[in-house]
Design a binder for this molecule. Structure first.
Ligand SMILES: Cc1ncc(COP(=O)(O)O)c(C=O)c1O
Length: 304
């Protein structure tokens, strides 16, 4: 069943209650509809356990706080909504989204005050940003002609529901026959990709940008996994030249994990296929997800 077709079997959370997807309603006057005025976070579950749930909930609250949106539940309440959605939908491997909209105000005139925030959440079978064939072979990417909105205009650490900048860059790449866009910041340095953080590997050291990015949970996980293998990560500025001449380039995201990039702007990266460091980190990442060590069990009573 496609998403959005209104399945009566899928339970979602909206307006303080769990409802079948085909009964879920939000107001046309909600600021998320009118202005993209909302925050969200995406988590994933593997084998009946939600990976780094606390980190995702913390980031959601930080995004909301930065925008002065009050989350209708406390952190424990939000975590429980996620776990309950997993249980109600009988999911083991899942893609989870939690949104907090600014809600409906007194008039639809862009005033951010006196609105009633709305928590929306769903959990559906696990989804990846790219299909598995592309993931196995490596993505073909191109540097976008646009620039990522700088943090001086909208702090990139806020995971907000206005993704037009990313969507336009992805469209540009897809329409040029590429899998994904690489986003530069206003200064011409690599920032991220639509929905992913960017890494390069060069002579057994990892490099990743630190500015004008969403601080990804997977990015941090990769830094930790690399450190456990004795590999340093340098956080700093990267240019297109650095990508073209890297031994390996890869992208990280909750939606799918680690994705090798085999080509950037027609330049082959390394040997033009997923390299040994990317493969090793991907394997360690999957092992970590499966181990459940950094995850919250959904079905504790069954001992899963
Ligand atoms: C703009 C952007 N950058 C990076 C990421 C990767 O972050 P995470 O690893 O927490 O999924 C995302 C995830 O949705 C994103 O939207």
């Amino acid at each position: 069943m496609n998403i959005g077709t209104g399945s009566p079997d899928r339970q979602v959370y909206v307006g303080g209650e769990y409802v079948p997807e085909n009964e879920a309603r939000i107001s046309v006057f909600d600021h998320v509809v009118l202005y993209g005025d909302a925050v969200y976070d995406t988590a994933c579950a593997w084998g009946g356990k939600v990976f780094k749930l606390d980190e995702h909930v913390d980031r959601l609250f930080e995004s909301a706080h930065a925008l002065k949106i009050e989350v209708p539940l406390d952190k424990e309440g939000v975590r429980e909504v996620v776990l309950e959605l997993m249980r109600r939908n009988k999911l083991d491997n899942a893609y989870i989204k939690i949104l907090v909209t600014r809600g409906v105000g007194r008039m639809p005139l862009m005033s951010p005050y006196n609105c009633a925030p709305n928590l929306i959440a769903f959990a559906i079978p696990y989804l990846s940003l790219t299909d598995s064939g592309v993931q196995d072979e490596g993505l073909r990417a191109g540097i976008s002609s646009m620039r990522r909105i700088p943090s001086e205009c909208l702090d990139s650490k806020i995971k907000c529901c206005n993704y037009l900048n990313h969507i336009l860059m992805r469209m540009e790449a897809n329409e040029a026959g590429l899998d994904e866009a690489i986003e530069l910041d206003i200064g011409g340095y690599v920032a991220e990709a639509p929905g992913y953080n960017v890494f390069i590997a060069k002579q057994d050291v990892l490099y990743t940008p630190g500015e004008n990015i969403l601080v990804g949970v997977t990015r941090q996980t990769v830094i930790e996994l690399a450190a456990a293998e004795g590999m340093d990560t340098v956080v700093g500025r990267l240019t297109a030249f650095d990508l073209y001449n890297a031994d390996e380039v890869f992208l990280t995201s909750t939606a799918g994990g680690i994705f090798a990039v085999r080509e950037v702007d027609g330049r082959t990266i390394g040997h033009g296929k997923p390299g040994p460091i990317t493969q090793m980190l991907n394997q360690k990442y999957m092992e970590l997800l499966e181990s459940g060590v950094q995850s919250t069990p959904v079905y504790p009573s069954e001992g899963r």
